[in-house]
Design a protein around this ligand. Structure first.
Ligand code: NAI
Ligand code: MG
Length: 455
């Protein structure tokens, strides 16, 4: 028996199910409705039927393209009767370009893990900007609100002029402006901690050195990326600022201004997150990376707050460095650092440097974590030049998946996945181009899934 569901909101693939009584008046028909995010977790309109326990098979109608292989894996849906609803709901946002491919790879691994979860696919990215004038449609935000966490691939974004040019003709001239959906998500869900681990996997030919294991905590919602920028600068603001002695020479000139906003609360919670992480993982040091000798007020506040937070973690050493020097130290003595914590722009830069020490974008994963929600993603973008080729390294996204497992409390599965990644890297038989191999994106995922199940 095969049930195919194409409801207005979502579809649930349970091909191969047996024994479920048909819910409709037409025996043998294969349509039922599930109400997911409107009615939270109730399968309200599935009458006269045992509620199926389905692992990870829910799609919204904006279905992502599914490769043959993925379709095959979907057709093998595990299906049991019973009354239980899946334990987790995970939003899956593939996005553009290779984002779709690395998410497909991650789903192969998640299939193997057989997490008790539903996966709800959401629309995000350039495609939706072009079609709808909104790269993060409201329905995606609503979908996310019903889930425990999200796994995000990557999006394409382009400069202002191109954004306007590629907009559907009927949407042009309506004052629509492109914005970064990922930055919006961070602000919307207050995902203040951007956690970016950089770990040298033994046997990775791309390691700059072995024994590197650094986790960068980057403040994710304020700093220079607060989005408070002016061009042209309004006259009132120009006037107000001219009371500052160092501003006089800029007054009246053609210029742009971006504000670096650092709040005490913002600094406090990111530093605390870094120390908590260090404590939980038995790490020895946390380095606060700022520039208080020049950015006396903003970096000054950040460091002052950090010292205060440190009082609650006496067993952990706190070091203070300047961002420029830290770039140098990271290349000179990367083994010395356990945790780095810093503001938004500095963290963006220093985490890229840290990831290049251990294999670059193919390995760089990140979590955007708030008090109530988290989005996990590879650091890389949509890599348009490789899109459609299933060629890029999925390890960054699979590592992001591992972080997600940890976040939802599935530590055993997370550790097991980490070991599977370690084995595949060390083995060296299945590697993508960036590691000198010729395996495809999904080959690596399959190999990791295999190592996962062999443990
Ligand atoms: P990118 O990260 O997409 O790719 C740069 C290069 O890095 C690629 O050409 C490739 O050589 C390498 N690379 C990236 N991912 C890889 C992987 N998994 N395995 C092996 N090699 C990999 O950055 P780019 O080209 O600057 O930006 C492309 C698009 O992505 C732009 O539209 C940009 O705005 C967007 N972007 C989106 C991000 C996101 O969704 N979070 C982050 C960065 C860029
Ligand atoms: Mg970046």
């Amino acid at each position: 028996m095969s049930l195919e569901v194409l409801d207005a909101w979502c579809s649930l693939d349970i091909t191969g199910a047996s024994g479920a009584s048909d819910p409709g008046s037409n025996p043998g028909a294969s349509v039922f409705r599930i109400f997911t995010w409107k009615n939270k977790r109730s399968y309200a309109a599935f009458p006269r039927c045992a509620l199926p326990k389905v692992k990870g098979r829910v799609f919204n109608t904006g279905k992502p393209p599914v490769s043959e292989e993925r379709q095959h894996s979907l057709n093998r849906s595990p299906y049991q009767h019973g009354d239980t609803l899946p334990k987790y709901k995970i939003a899956v946002l593939p996005g553009d370009g290779v984002g779709k491919e690395v998410i497909e790879a991650a789903m192969i691994v998640l299939d193997e893990i057989a997490l008790d979860a539903e996966y709800l696919y959401g629309d995000i990215g350039w495609e939706f900007w072009k079609k709808e004038g909104n790269p993060l449609p409201e329905r995606t935000i609503e979908l996310m609100k019903e889930t425990d966490a999200a796994l995000f691939g990557a999006i394409t974004s382009k400069p202002k002029e191109e954004a306007q040019k590629e907009l559907a003709p009927e949407l042009r001239g309506k004052g629509l402006e492109y914005y970064s959906p990922i930055v919006k998500l961070r602000q919307l869900f207050d995902l203040y901690a951007n956690v970016r681990p950089a770990k040298a996997y033994p046997g990775n030919p791309l390691n700059y050195r072995d024994n590197i294991n650094i986790t960068v905590f980057r403040e994710n919602t304020e700093g220079l990326y607060s989005g408070v920028e002016y061009y042209p600068v309004p006259e009132e603001l120009d006037e107000l600022l001219s009371s500052h002695p160092r501003y006089a020479k800029f007054k009246g000139k053609d210029k742009a201004i971006s504000l670096r906003i650092i709040s005490e609360k913002g600094a406090e919670r990111i530093v605390r997150a870094a120390f908590d992480f260090a404590r939980k993982n038995g790490l020895k040091n946390v380095t606060v990376v700022e520039k208080p000798n020049v950015l006396r007020e903003t970096s000054g506040l950040f460091v002052r707050v950090a010292r205060k937070v440190h009082e609650d973690y006496p067993e952990i050493e706190m070091w203070e460095t300047n961002i420029d020097a830290q770039a140098m130290w990271l290349v000179k003595n990367p083994e010395n650092y356990d945790v780095l914590v810093t503001s938004n722009l500095f963290g963006d830069i220093i985490s890229d440097l840290a990831s290049q020490l251990v294999g670059g974008l193919g390995f760089a994963a990140s979590g955007n974590i708030g008090d109530d929600y988290a989005v996990f993603e590879p650091v890389h973008g949509s890599a348009p030049k490789y899109a459609g080729q299933y060629k890029v390294n999925p390890i960054a996204t699979i590592r992001a998946t591992r972080m997600l497992l940890d976040y939802i409390g599935e530590h055993e599965k997370a550790d097991r996945l980490e070991r599977a990644i370690e084995m595949v890297v060390k083995d060296g038989k299945v590697r993508t181009y960036d590691m000198g191999g010729d395996a495809g994106t999904l080959d690596v995922a399959r190999e990791i899934a295999k190592k996962y199940s062999e443990q």
